[in-house]
Design a protein around this ligand. Structure first.
Ligand SMILES: [Zn+2]
Length: 242
C-alpha cells in the first residue's frame, strides 16, 4: 500500500451520484485536506433514484448532477465528470464504457483509484446494485491491462496523445467482509460526510435521522479497525494494481 503523502491524484469512479459520499465521504475529505487532488467520475445520473412522486422523472438527472456537484465541492473534490449513462444500463455498452474509463485514467493519471467491488457481498445484498458490480468490473478491467498498455486502444495515444498510465492501487467499496483489509479513521471528518450526504436531498427521506443512521451503519468498523470506542471508520479492500 502506498502512503497518502505519496499520492498526488485520486480518481473516484462510482455508479451513481451519492455513492462516494455514503461510502467514502469521510475518507475523501481527509484526502483533500492533505492536498491530494480528487476527481470524481460518476457513470450514471441515478435517474432511477428519488422518493418523491411529485418530482417529474425527467428532472432527476439534472437534480442529481447538481446535488453531486455541491456535495463533491463540500468535500474539496477538484472536478466531477459525468458520463451520463442511464441507471441500470452499465452492462449494455461495455466496450464504450471500457474505452471511456481507459481514457479517463490516462487523462487524470491517478496513483490511486477508488471504486466499487465487482464481487457480491452477501452480507449487504441491497448494496450490490448491478451498476455497482458492473462499475467495479469495468474499472478494474480498464486499469489492467489497457490503461497501461501503449498498444491497447492505440488511437488514444496516436490521436489524443494519451500516454499509458499505471494505477498503483485500487480501493474497493462494499467488498465481502473477509476481503476488507484497510480502515480509515473518519471521526474528524464525519460531520462533513454527513453534510455531503445531506446535499443529495432528493435521496434523503429523513434528513434528521441521517447522522444516526450513518453512524450505526459504520459502527461495526470501529472494533474491526482496532480503534477505541467512539471513533468512526470507513472500510476498504485495498488491492495493489501497479
Ligand atoms: Zn449506487
Amino acid at each position: 500500500m502506498i502512503a497518502d503523502r505519496d499520492v498526488e491524484r485520486v480518481l473516484v469512479v462510482v455508479a451513481h451520484p451519492d455513492d462516494a459520499e455514503f461510502w467514502a465521504g469521510g475518507t475523501v475529505a481527509g484526502w483533500t485536506d492533505t492536498g491530494i487532488d480528487v476527481t470524481y467520475c460518476v457513470l450514471t445520473d441515478g435517474d432511477g433514484g428519488g422518493f418523491d412522486p411529485d418530482v417529474p422523472r425527467g428532472e432527476i438527472p439534472r437534480i442529481r448532477r447538481a446535488e453531486q456537484q455541491e456535495s463533491a465541492s463540500m468535500l474539496g473534490v477538484c472536478a466531477v465528470r459525468f458520463l451520463g449513462s442511464s441507471e441500470g444500463s452499465l452492462l449494455d455498452a461495455p466496450r464504450q464504457l471500457h474505452e471511456d474509463l481507459v481514457r479517463m485514467i490516462r487523462q487524470v493519471r491517478p496513483q490511486r483509484v477508488l471504486t466499487w467491488s465487482p464481487e457480491w457481498n452477501w452480507q449487504r445484498f441491497r448494496s450490490c446494485h448491478p451498476d455497482h458490480l458492473a462499475t467495479g468490473t469495468a474499472v478494474l478491467n480498464a486499469i489492467y491491462p489497457d490503461a497501461s498498455n501503449p498498444f491497447a486502444l492505440i488511437h488514444l495515444l496516436q490521436d489524443e496523445g494519451l500516454e499509458p498510465w499505471t494505477v498503483q492501487e485500487a480501493w474497493l467499496l462494499n467488498s465481502p467482509q473477509r476481503e476488507i483489509n484497510h480502515y480509515v479513521d473518519i471521526t474528524d471528518t464525519f460531520d462533513r460526510k454527513v453534510a455531503a450526504v445531506l446535499a443529495h436531498a432528493s435521496q434523503i427521506k429523513d434528513p434528521d435521522g441521517l447522522a444516526g443512521r450513518l453512524r450505526e451503519r459504520i459502527a461495526p468498523n470501529t472494533a474491526a479497525a482496532g480503534l477505541p470506542e467512539g471513533r468512526l471508520a470507513e472500510a476498504f479492500q485495498v488491492v495493489v494494481t501497479g
